[in-house]
Design a protein around this ligand. Structure first.
Ligand SMILES: Cc1cc2nc3c(=O)[nH]c(=O)nc-3n(C[C@H](O)[C@H](O)[C@H](O)COP(=O)(O)OP(=O)(O)OC[C@H]3O[C@@H](n4cnc5c(N)ncnc54)[C@H](O)[C@@H]3O)c2cc1C
Length: 501
């Protein structure tokens, strides 16, 4: 008997039911549609990911099912992608697989190559829609900003939910052999549990709530609080995880901003415009990664390959667990581990501490931070890690002084004391530099260094000078300058160049 002919919509990091080109195209085509998300075991156990990401995905899928009344027509598989599609092919003939292009790490790139081969061998069309103004195979940036704006102002990819409900195959409702085979192994229970308190939950509805509350209420105070560890958690957009997992499309966010910005007072407009430039940076970095994904493993500027930074496991453990003896670093890492979020400045500071002051290779830190950032977005992440580590050649090298930063961005030590409670008995000035406590003060405040709170893992003044001399030496070398010209040509265009440098 002939198998039913269907189309498949394969959800990846685009977990929403609006402004969605693959869905729009599949509906227009009119064949029955199998909607599927695949939890891939290899990806789930990859170093860049943590259970928090899969919880966020699960919540987003639940939101698509329930809030949009899809009534369990979204199939969820837990096995690798090729096995999932082989099982689908036992029960259906597939005409086209619709998905978004994924601009991801090597493991997903390799998976896509395998899938391409599989689809070709079975005469299946793979229709991949582009991501937010990012162009595949781009070799330079001429005209990129203009193209990006055109994409942002273009009409939404309209999804008719009524038609979708009619066409979607409701596999998950029955216990058919097809459903059993396609869904694979049961998902780990923790994936389906609520997010720990303090971490953002996933879903289109929550994403919209965040965006609306930001544009209409929280934006005034955005730039003023942007570097404050506590203030930025409230006054920042806080939509990064929703963008990274596609609960909101970049076009939806941009259009919402541009519809509302005109009606605001000029001070709010300034804040909103600062937010909007970051939306473009978001895509700029992903475009960079699309054009040069080797930066997942290699320095953007190969002149920096001469750096000798032997990995030290003890440093890694102390850094990631917030036990360096530097209160701001320790507070940031503990906060990140528990909440999945840090603002830009703190991300830059903890990375600089690792790369410059501990003089360590950026890769292990990049992987660990990715696994803790709920908003892990490969393109932004690797580009930023390399910028902050100072190995791009084209950006200013910023080596953050952890004490100066601590006093500047957390002057009353509220953030530090929230996360490093061992220091709660100390006067504020000593909280920033507990190693300056004299033995008598340690007795007085009942805080023994090395016992209640670690002694500093390194002497930052010394390692700061060493790192600065070495990094600037390489940056000014002929070899680095030569690579810079190539990098600028490939990744940077006109005005954007001035903003990003
Ligand atoms: C080492 C390092 C790693 C980073 N890794 C990531 C990552 O994996 N995913 C991620 O989304 N951001 C990353 N960032 C950028 C930035 O820190 C976050 O986007 C921002 O803190 C998110 O908070 P928000 O949503 O309140 O941002 P807002 O200030 O409200 O900005 C709005 C949106 O613009 C984008 N954006 C903001 N700042 C930047 C920036 N500097 N570069 C590119 N896009 C930006 C984000 O999508 C953000 O949601 C990284 C920064 C550093 C220094």
């Amino acid at each position: 008997m002939a198998k039913p002919l269907i189309n498949v919509v394969w959800f990846k990091r685009d977990l929403r039911l609006s402004d969605h080109a693959p869905l729009r195209k599949a509906i227009e085509d009119g064949k029955p549609i199998l909607l599927i998300y695949i939890f891939e075991p290899e990806l789930m156990s990859d170093k860049h990911y943590d259970i928090r990401h899969w919880c966020f995905v699960w919540q987003s899928l639940k939101d698509m099912q329930q809030a949009n009344k899809l009534n369990f027509s979204l199939s969820v598989a837990h096995q690798n992608a090729s096995d999932t599609f082989r099982h689908i092919l036992r029960f259906f003939d597939i005409h086209t697989v619709f998905s978004h292009q994924e601009i991801g790490i090597k493991i997903t790139y390799d998976r896509d190559l395998t899938m391409k081969k599989l689809f070709r061998s079975k005469n299946i069309v793979w229709d991949e829609s582009s991501y937010a103004g990012v162009r595949r195979g781009l070799r330079d940036r001429i005209g990129w900003a203009k193209y990006w704006h055109e994409q942002m102002y273009a009409m939404e990819e309209k999804v008719h939910l009524g038609n979708l409900r009619e066409l979607a195959i409701r596999l998950a409702l029955d216990n058919s052999a097809a459903h059993q085979a396609i869904k694979g192994k049961p998902l780990p229970r923790e994936v389906m549990e609520p997010m720990p308190e303090g971490m953002q939950s996933g879903g289109e509805l929550l994403g919209w709530e965040r965006l609306e509350s930001f544009v209409n209420h929280r934006a005034l105070g955005y730039t003023k609080n942007i570097s404050s560890p506590i203030g930025s958690r409230h006054f920042g957009g806080r939509i990064s995880a929703h963008l990274a997992w596609g609960n909101l499309s970049m076009r939806q966010v941009f259009q919402y901003y541009s519809r509302h910005v005109k009606e605001k007072e000029s001070s709010v407009q300034r804040d909103l415009n600062a937010f909007a430039s970051r939306l473009r940076w978001h895509c700029h970095f992903i475009q960079k990664f699309e054009s040069e994904d080797r930066i997942e493993f290699e320095n953007l500027n190969p002149a920096f390959d001469v750096l000798e930074q032997p990995y030290n496991d003890e440093y890694f453990e102390r850094w990631k667990n917030g036990q360096t003896g530097y209160p701001l670093i320790d507070a940031a890492m503990r906060c990140l581990n528990e909440t999945g979020f840090l603002n830009f400045r703190l991300r830059a500071i903890v990375l600089s501490f690792w790369s410059h002051l501990l003089w360590q290779p950026w890769k292990p830190a990049a992987e660990y931070l990715a696994s803790m950032f709920l908003d892990f977005e490969p393109g932004i992440h690797y580009a930023q890690v390399q910028m902050q580590a100072g190995v791009t050649g084209i950006n200013i090298i910023r080596i953050y002084n952890p004490v100066k930063q601590s006093k500047e961005i957390d002057p009353d030590a509220k953030f530090i004391l929230e996360w490093v409670q061992e220091l709660k008995n100390l006067p504020i000035n000593l909280v920033h530099e507990p190693w300056t406590l004299r033995p008598l003060e340690q007795l007085f405040y009942d805080m023994q260094l090395g016992l209640h709170y670690p002694l500093p893992v390194i002497d930052y003044k010394k390692t700061h000078t060493d790192a600065r001399d070495i990094l600037w030496g390489v940056k000014e070398s002929k070899s680095a300058q030569k690579y810079n010209r190539k990098i600028l040509k490939m990744h940077v265009e006109g005005k954007l160049k001035e903003q990003l440098e």
